[in-house]
Design a protein around this ligand. Structure first.
Ligand SMILES: Nc1ncnc2c1ncn2[C@@H]1O[C@H](COP(=O)(O)OP(=O)(O)OP(=O)(O)O)[C@@H](O)[C@H]1O
Ligand SMILES: [Mg+2]
Length: 414
């Protein structure tokens, strides 16, 4: 039976967001409960104090259930991030020599399972996402179901993380009533909510600039091809600004959002802002450009770090779809101009779409990951690359029951 309710929990460095949604009569998702609370116990996208993190998740959950009671609990989709995340691409080959069977969903499931690489001790696989198939030498097959073929190859994108860190995300969420249906990489969730089909096909880089991390996903020919997490985000801009001005974090955050820019050339020479001292006793005027300089330096560093990681992953040409920026940091004034200068265009800010009933105050880049978790949930609830980290026993047994063996060659690195 297909699920009726989908619940997303985005555990961010600055806030925890819970969205409870239901499948409408036309198969669309409609949000009817939302909770957003400042997060405690999260550092750079990962849980670092379990009790504080649990309390934040509980508070966001209660807020989302304010008017709807205990509805929507049970299996939830939870975002994960942090610099422990790694990704790789794999190719798995399946022999079906007698071509006795047409390619079936079961065969594809088996192949995907075969492409789960052996991970280092302490690592756990988060996603195995098929990118494309080759059937008897015919490459670029998107959907091989029903074809006859003797040799079927699958290329898949595999995302892994540190199992202890992943386990802590589960611990922050699970209670006797709530279990984690799937952990989803935050960047992939944000991409689900912001990228258009054309962008994915043409190739695009999605950057979710959060408070503590910048999540990076490169799409090629419709699928994720590279994912990574940088351990730096928009909070570092605030910290640098506070240090440059000798002000508190609170004042620097306010100045960053309301007066800051990461593109100093656009700030008129004679613009000034009044800034309070550490104790808010007195105000002093400073040129607005003095705010832009440290913000520009840090954002430039983040963008260059992202470029270096993409080059190291083997990306040579800039994708035609350019870059989509999302996450709270994507709202930084002057960012599209800076991106065009450093990496080239096209560039746009990605707002979450794909579900209905989202209150206006949540239709912002900050909430892309939370919305994307719901989109991911409805798309992937039955698929094999839903890794099922923690599900009730009877479901687990049914889902992973051994099925007819296929002859398989060892997986090779694509
Ligand atoms: N209008 C704005 N202009 C500039 N920066 C902004 C704006 N609004 C929010 N931010 C910044 O965005 C950051 C929060 O982004 P977001 O909510 O995406 O982070 P998060 O999901 O909690 O963290 P992470 O994903 O890194 O774990 C904060 O550092 C905040 O200062
Ligand atoms: Mg985030």
């Amino acid at each position: 039976m297909r699920d009726t309710f989908y619940t997303a929990i985005d555990i961010g460095t600055s806030k925890v967001t819970v969205l409870i949604s239901r499948v409408g009569s036309e198969g669309d998702l409609k949000v009817f409960g939302t909770g957003v609370v400042p997060s405690e116990g999260i550092q750079k996208g990962r849980v670092e104090h379990i009790e504080d993190a649990r309390a934040s998740v509980r508070a966001a959950m209660s807020e989302a259930q304010r008017y709807i009671g205990e509805t929507g609990l049970s299996g939830v989709y939870v975002s994960v991030s942090g610099s422990h995340i790694r990704s790789t691409n794999r190719r798995e080959v399946l022999d079906n020599e007698a071509a006795a069977e047409d390619i079936s969903p079961r065969m594809l499931d088996d192949m995907l399972r075969g492409s789960f690489p052996k991970v280092d001790e302490g690592q756990q696989i988060l996603h195995v996402i098929p990118m494309g198939y080759t059937v008897d030498g015919l490459s670029g097959v998107r959907n091989p179901l029903g074809l006859a073929g003797k040799k079927i190859e699958v290329d898949s994108h595999v995302v892994m993380g540190d199992s202890v860190v992943l386990q802590n995300s589960i611990k922050a969420v699970e209670t006797k009533d709530v279990f984690v249906k799937s952990l989803v990489l935050q960047g992939i969730a944000s991409a689900e909510a912001t990228l258009t089909g054309d962008e994915r096909e043409m190739g695009v880089v999605m950057l979710d600039i959060g408070a503590g991390t910048t999540d990076l996903v490169v799409y090629r020919q419709g699928s994720p091809w590279f994912s990574d997490v940088l351990p730096v985000g928009a909070q570092s801009l605030t910290r640098d600004l506070a240090a440059a001005l000798g002000s508190s974090m609170h004042v620097a955050e306010d100045l960053k959002i309301n007066q800051g820019s990461v593109y100093p050339d656009h700030v008129p020479d004679n613009d000034t802002v009044e800034i309070p001292d550490m104790k808010d006793h007195w105000q002093r005027p400073i040129p607005r450009r003095a705010l832009a300089e440290p913000l520009n330096a840090r954002m430039t560093e983040i963008l260059k770090m992202a470029l270096t990681r993409m080059r190291q992953a083997g990306m040579q040409d800039w994708p035609i779809g350019g870059m989509v920026l999302t996450g709270g940091g994507a709202q930084m004034l002057g960012l599209p101009e800076l991106v065009e200068e450093i990496v080239g265009g096209p560039v746009r800010v990605g707002y979450p779409y794909g579900i209905s009933g989202l209150p206006a105050e949540l239709r912002k880049p900050t909430f892309s990951a939370a919305v994307g978790l719901l989109v991911w949930g409805i798309k992937h609830q039955d698929s094999v690359h839903e890794m099922n980290h923690s599900v009730p026993k009877e479901t687990k047994t049914r889902r992973w029951r051994f099925r007819a063996p296929m002859r398989r060659r060892a997986g090779t690195q694509a």
